[in-house]
Design a protein around this ligand. Structure first.
Ligand code: ATP
Ligand code: MG
Length: 345
């Protein structure tokens, strides 16, 4: 059966960075000798404009049937005040595809150090993985909107914590054997449940060193000593915040990829950055986060490990040769950076 890849360009810089990933996929598939069928569907603000729905029925059907979904970004000022928002499409997609595990590596790519001037906030040797719970917590709790008062609720069940913790423990086992579970157990009931479930599971992983850290302390530590971390396990909201922070420590938000996985083989792969309306349409966006997300799709959902490694190596080489977009202090356009990576595949 043909591998089916669904591209959802979305909004802002989304179409620009998705174009870059498609160029890389076209070349790498030829080199590695595999074929695929690509589809493009409306999603996010663009889909509100065309279908009145950020996650139209036909997009939903295509995503459910796909081996991998590669997403650009959604959102922007145009839809921010509306009654239907692009981000609702994103939450609905994660929920319907059951992608409860969001993996966000923050690793200084070999080659990035060579870029000059090296920004001081980049930390040499930073190599961590954030495992963020993606379908529970505050993002999916009951809500009441109001102009005088509003309510968001946070809920987690033992099962939800267990399945994400298992992914984090397994990931730590395959890396440096260190797991930091991040919560706010001194204040939140959900965090105290989280902590006790993770502690219960630790007995299955005697080879993994587990510690717990409050999210405020973790935020500080991520800046002051990011190399202390190996795998960070955390809930939905804390993971959203900490992974943006970690991406800056590892170079730039434009470089960071993510994979959202469920119990099946498929997944959603997207850069961690948003639609970047401030630079959209200018050909300036860094395509690397999306290109590395494609590499994660090839590895996790498409059984093409060699192609994934080929892409990661080409990105490192391009950076080492001085290629980079403006966010890295360089001057390549999105297309030039993409071409530099394609040449090195
Ligand atoms: P979201 O809520 O969707 O996560 P956000 O509010 O976190 O979005 P982003 O869209 O990620 O915001 O943008 C944050 C900053 O990072 C902006 O200044 C943007 O220009 C910059 N940025 C985001 N993506 C890229 C990229 N691919 N290349 C260069 N700069 C980027
Ligand atoms: Mg963000």
């Amino acid at each position: 059966m043909t591998t089916k890849i669904v591209f959802l360009p979305g909004d802002g810089v989304g179409p620009e960075v998705i174009g870059a990933a498609e160029a890389v996929l076209a070349k790498v598939s030829e080199q590695e000798g595999f074929s695929y069928a690509a589809e493009h569907h409306a999603f996010g603000g663009a889909a509100i404009d065309s279908h009145g729905d950020p996650f139209p029925t036909e997009t939903r059907a295509a995503c459910l049937a796909a081996d991998a979904v590669i997403l650009g970004a959604v959102g922007g000022p145009k839809w921010a005040g509306g009654s239907v928002r692009p981000e609702q499409g994103l939450l609905a997609m994660r929920s319907e595809l059951g992608t409860f595990a969001n993996l966000r590596p923050a690793t200084i790519m070999p080659g990035l150090e060579a870029l000059s001037p090296l920004r001081p906030e980049r930390v040499t040797g930073c190599d961590l993985l954030i495992v963020r719970e993606l379908t529970g917590g505050l993002y999916f709790g009951d809500r009441e909107e109001g102009s005088e008062a509003a309510l968001d609720t946070c809920r987690y069940s033992r099962d939800e914590v267990e399945r994400i913790a298992r992914i984090a423990f397994d990931a730590a086992r395959g890396r440096r054997g260190k797991l930091t579970s991040v919560d706010k157990a001194n204040v939140l009931a959900t965090s105290r449940l989280w902590r006790s479930v993770v502690d219960d599971m630790a007995t299955d992983y005697p080879d993994v060193t587990l510690d717990h850290m409050l999210v405020d302390a973790a935020a500080m530590r991520l800046v002051s000593a990011p190399t202390d971390f190996d795998v960070i396990l955390t809930e939905n909201l804390f993971g959203d915040i900490l992974s943006d922070q970690a991406s800056a420590v590892a170079g730039s938000i434009g470089l960071a990829p993510s994979a959202s996985l469920g119990s099946g083989k498929g997944g959603i792969f997207e850069p961690i950055h948003g639609s970047a309306p401030d630079i959209a349409g200018q050909g300036k966006a860094n395509p690397v986060g999306t290109i590395l997300s494609l590499a994660m799709a090839l590895r996790h959902s498409l059984d093409q490990e060699a192609a994934a490694v080929r892409i990661e190596t080409a990105v490192s080489k391009a950076l080492a040769d001085g290629h980079g977009t403006f966010d890295l202090g360089c001057s390549d356009s999105t297309k030039e950076m993409t071409a530099a990576i394609c040449e090195r595949l």
